[in-house]
Design a protein around this ligand. Structure first.
Ligand code: AMP
Length: 139
């Protein structure tokens, strides 16, 4: 079954589209977590970052960069979270790869995406081993 985003791409359901080219579409997130909250989505439906080809995600990030600047200009947002949830445990709810552009306006919002800091719990060898495993997986 096509994702809700594919239905938007096919104009089967409405959305406030702000950008479109042959590969990428962007529209307002219906939740409007903040003013101008926008989703950037490849037109070909890939479930998540693990499936999307690097060429496609590069193009999505290129458009996201352009849109971040446009949102800054449109609303005077001088802070922005760029976020992509991938997989159920990461909070993904629509399984069609996408990037959230979430402009920030209020100092009270600044800690919303604060990550846990585990620095004190790790030895230098554990850092070394984690980096080694990632580099090994890349080759
Ligand atoms: P995620 O939870 O990261 O997968 O993000 C999915 C996002 O899609 C949520 O922020 C929803 O608010 C948004 N969303 C769901 N349906 C629609 C829709 N019809 N139009 C625009 N945004 C939508």
């Amino acid at each position: 079954m096509p994702s809700i985003f594919s239905k938007i791409i096919l104009r089967e359901i409405p959305a406030h589209i702000v950008y479109e080219d042959d590969q990428v579409i962007a529209f307002l997130d219906i939740s409007q977590a903040t003013k101008g909250h926008t989703l950037v989505v490849p037109k070909v439906e890939y479930k998540d970052i693990f499936e999307v080809p690097e060429k496609t995600s590069s193009r999505v990030f290129e458009v996201a960069t352009k849109l971040a600047k446009a949102i800054q200009k449109a609303f005077g947002a001088h802070a922005m979270n760029i976020l992509s949830n991938n997989g159920e445990y990461a909070g993904q709810t629509v399984f069609h790869f996408h990037i959230h552009l979430i402009p920030r306006y209020d100092k009270a919002d600044e800690n919303l995406f604060k990550l846990k800091n585990n620095q004190g719990n790790l030895t230098p060898d554990e850092y070394k081993e984690r980096a080694r495993l990632i580099k090994e997986a890349l080759s």
